[in-house]
Design a protein around this ligand. Structure first.
Ligand SMILES: [Ca+2]
Ligand SMILES: [Ca+2]
Ligand SMILES: [Ca+2]
Length: 299
């Protein structure tokens, strides 16, 4: 041991032995401390993350989350991506519930959303990012004009009855409720319609009944569409006089005078003689005046 080399080897062995002892004791301790801290960090967990959604313009959207902790209460703060700063989320004012409700969404609502959840211990966790796609629907409901009127309507048919280049609309009203007048909407050419009056167009919008099926057809080939409309026990053929008005055709033969239930009608030149013929369908067999469908040839 008096040999310096022997003393150095001894001290080296002692150092390594103590280091191994410290490592053997300290590692589990450190691991235990680490796991303890990890366990605390994992006390707050997001159990349900918001998920990607797609919505049409005008729909309502709800993002939901759910979290668990032993250190309640849990608080929530929803955030969305800041379009002006990439990869940046900003708090949404007053969005502090477990769900985020977006009403009547517009294209501006499209983007990424997330929620930061915190517990009473000051721990916080941020959810997965959920993306909201907002798309324009293929059809948008028009809430004014013909799309908003209510009058027990049963059928409708388009035609440009005044040949001004803009398609017009006839709507039959009544059904089970008798004493309803039908509607004729003239297209104003600017996306709006005008409800025509009897003074403007004649009895086509004045005759009362429980009207059902209707169909446009130029039965006399004068270039102006005429109208067939029916109900239980009653039919009408209105002739388009070409000046924006319609008159009743009382001498239209059995197409007008037959007494049946009428659910609908359809014009078509089935024999290619150049004159429109018409099929009248009679609907349910529960009607008092029942029967088969009716096909009328234009003579
Ligand atoms: Ca028109
Ligand atoms: Ca005609
Ligand atoms: Ca024909």
């Amino acid at each position: 041991m008096n040999d310096p080399n022997t003393l150095n080897r001894f001290l080296t062995r002692q150092f390594h032995a103590r280091w191994r002892h410290l490592a053997a004791v300290g590692a589990p301790l450190g691991l235990a401390l680490g796991l303890s801290q990890l366990a605390q960090a994992q006390d707050l967990k997001i159990m349900q993350h918001p998920t990607n959604q797609t919505a049409y313009v005008g729909e309502n959207v709800i993002f939901r989350t759910r979290a668990a902790t032993t250190n309640a209460p849990i608080s929530f703060q929803w955030q969305r991506d800041d379009p002006t700063v990439p990869v940046t989320f900003t708090n949404i004012p007053n969005a502090t519930r477990s769900y985020l409700s977006l009403l009547n969404v517009t294209l501006e609502h499209a983007g990424e959303y997330q929620v930061t959840v915190a517990n009473a211990g000051g721990e916080s966790v941020t959810s997965d990012v959920a993306r909201l796609e907002v798309v324009v629907p293929p059809f948008v409901r028009i809430t004014e004009g013909p799309g908003a009127d209510r009058d027990n309507s049963y059928s409708a048919a388009w035609t440009d009855y005044d040949r001004d280049g803009f398609i017009d609309l006839f709507v039959s009203n009544g059904g089970y409720r008798a004493s309803r007048a039908n509607l004729l909407y003239r297209n104003n050419g600017d996306g709006t319609f005008a409800r025509m009056t009897t003074d403007q167009v004649g009895p086509i919008v004045g005759d009362l009944g429980g009207w059902r099926g209707c169909a446009w057809g130029d039965y006399d080939n004068d270039g102006y569409a005429d109208l067939f409309v029916g109900q239980t026990g009653k039919r009408m053929l209105y002739h388009n006089t070409g000046d924006g008005r319609f008159t009743r055709i009382a001498d239209g033969g059995p197409l007008v005078t037959d007494v049946t239930h009428v659910e609908g009608g359809l014009w078509g030149d089935y024999d290619n003689d150049g004159w429109l013929d018409v099929l009248v369908v009679s609907g349910s067999a529960y009607w008092v005046v029942r029967g088969s469908n009716w096909l009328y040839h234009n003579e």
